[in-house]
Design a protein around this ligand. Structure first.
Ligand SMILES: NC(=O)c1ccc[n+]([C@@H]2O[C@H](COP(=O)([O-])OP(=O)(O)OC[C@H]3O[C@@H](n4cnc5c(N)ncnc54)[C@H](O)[C@@H]3O)[C@@H](O)[C@H]2O)c1
Length: 369
């Protein structure tokens, strides 16, 4: 294989990836799929793609497709992934991998059985902020990591109605993933507290009455603890997907408000010199020249996920490049299926824990044996 041929399923957020694949020297978009024919044709005409489907089952059986990139609504992620793997296609799927532990376990099993590749397209572990902190840590500048925390508050007013049916912690990967990835760790168990209350409609539809869920994570074979919290409704705060990493020498803290810069704290300095604002660099240089511009370019800049998501930290071309290279080099992508399942399961187990008043819940062990 010298070019990986992708079929894109779901063309809201998913449409952003079409020009990136088309510009990538080793990728090609051979099919697109979304439910309404009119929008499908509009996008197909705009990007010159002939194979257009309104039923995802036609993508997974198309012989001109090597892998699918799924960006459909959350409840469809696992069923479409499972169908694609069963049809012999590699899968890249947006977050989360699944909404039940059973689905995550089935996906891990199918990938092992078939030898196909799976990657959860976690934007945060390819964001420039994550890449910056990870680089500081790998160069030894942070020293020993002592504690990790992350937050994902987001007000979902104005988003498609189906978000009301969602348990917020079932979409916790943007906070869990960077913390686990930072220390190359797997979550072992969690204890989560629910706090406050959402309005009656959200509580009924989502099945979760808590306004905020706050979860501690025990990382396997590590003395570092991690803490994540998130909400979607009825709590006042600007959107933020923050990562804080506390090291023995330096610590990184996310900015409080959009438009500010994060803060780097350096130990052993006079008190007033410990904290300084830092500008996070872009990491486009890690990419093939043809797709570097996409760390800054957004096709649909009006989509709420970009206004609230700050363009996802320039992550889109990095994710495309990682999965295409993994296929061409016949290696596991990052994150691989076990990491994706572990990071996704933390949120599912956290909500179970919150329902039991904070009881410890073990995260299933998906590690390779
Ligand atoms: N930072 C991130 O990682 C990030 C950001 C935005 C969205 N997302 C994820 O992307 C997904 C899509 O989000 P969105 O905002 O684009 O949603 P959307 O509702 O705007 O678009 C959904 C798309 O999927 C298509 N679709 C729906 N059901 C389908 C089906 N059964 N088969 C084929 N296509 C189907 C729709 O036609 C539409 O094109 C969500 O799961 C969301 O979590 C992730």
């Amino acid at each position: 294989m010298d070019k990986a041929r992708v079929g894109l399923i779901g063309l809201g957020f998913g449409a952003e990836f079409i020009p990136i694949y088309q510009a990538h020297p080793n990728a090609e978009v051979t099919a697109i799929c979304q439910r309404s024919q009119a929008k499908l044709d509009e996008i197909g005409d705009r990007f010159g793609i002939a194979a257009r489907y309104t039923d995802f089952r036609d993508v997974v059986t198309d012989p001109n497709v090597d892998f699918v990139h799924i960006n459909s609504p959350i409840p469809d992620h696992a069923p479409q992934t499972i169908a694609a793997l069963k049809a012999g296609k590699h899968v890249m799927c947006t977050v989360p991998m699944a909404t039940t532990l059973e689905e995550a376990t089935e996906i891990v099993g199918l990938v092992r059985e078939t030898g196909l590749k799976y990657m959860m397209a976690e934007t945060v572990v390819y964001s420039r902020e994550y890449l910056f902190i990870k680089e500081l840590y790998d160069k030894g500048e942070l020293g020993r990591i002592q504690y990790l925390q992350a937050s994902h508050p987001q007000d979902m007013e104005g988003w498609p109605d189906y978000w009301k049916d969602m348990v917020p912690m079932h979409y916790a990967t943007h906070v869990v993933s960077p913390l686990m990835a930072m220390v190359d760790g797997m979550a072992e168990y969690v204890s989560c507290f629910g706090s406050g209350a959402v309005n009656e409609e959200i509580a009924r539809r989502s099945g979760s009455s808590f306004a905020v869920e706050s979860c501690h994570i025990k990382i396997k074979d590590s003395d570092v603890a991690a803490h994540v919290w998130r909400f979607l409704w009825d709590t006042a705060r600007q959107y933020r997907e923050s990562i804080d990493v506390y090291g023995s020498k330096k610590s990184f803290e996310w900015e409080l408000m959009t438009g500010e810069h994060p803060v780097l704290h350096t130990a052993k300095r006079p008190e007033t010199e410990i904290a300084e604002r830092v500008e996070v660099p872009d990491y486009a240089h890690l990419l093939p020249a043809e797709i570097r511009k996409f760390t800054r370019a957004i096709v649909d800049a009006d989509h709420l996920s970009f206004i609230q998501g700050g363009g996802h930290g320039g992550s889109h071309p990095h994710m495309v490049n990682e999965f295409v290279n993994a296929l061409l080099e016949n290696r596991d992508p990052f994150p691989n299926v076990e990491q994706s399942a572990n990071w996704t399961s933390v949120g599912i187990c956290a909500h179970q824990s919150a329902l039991k008043g904070g009881e410890i819940v073990k995260v299933p062990d998906f590690a390779k044996r």
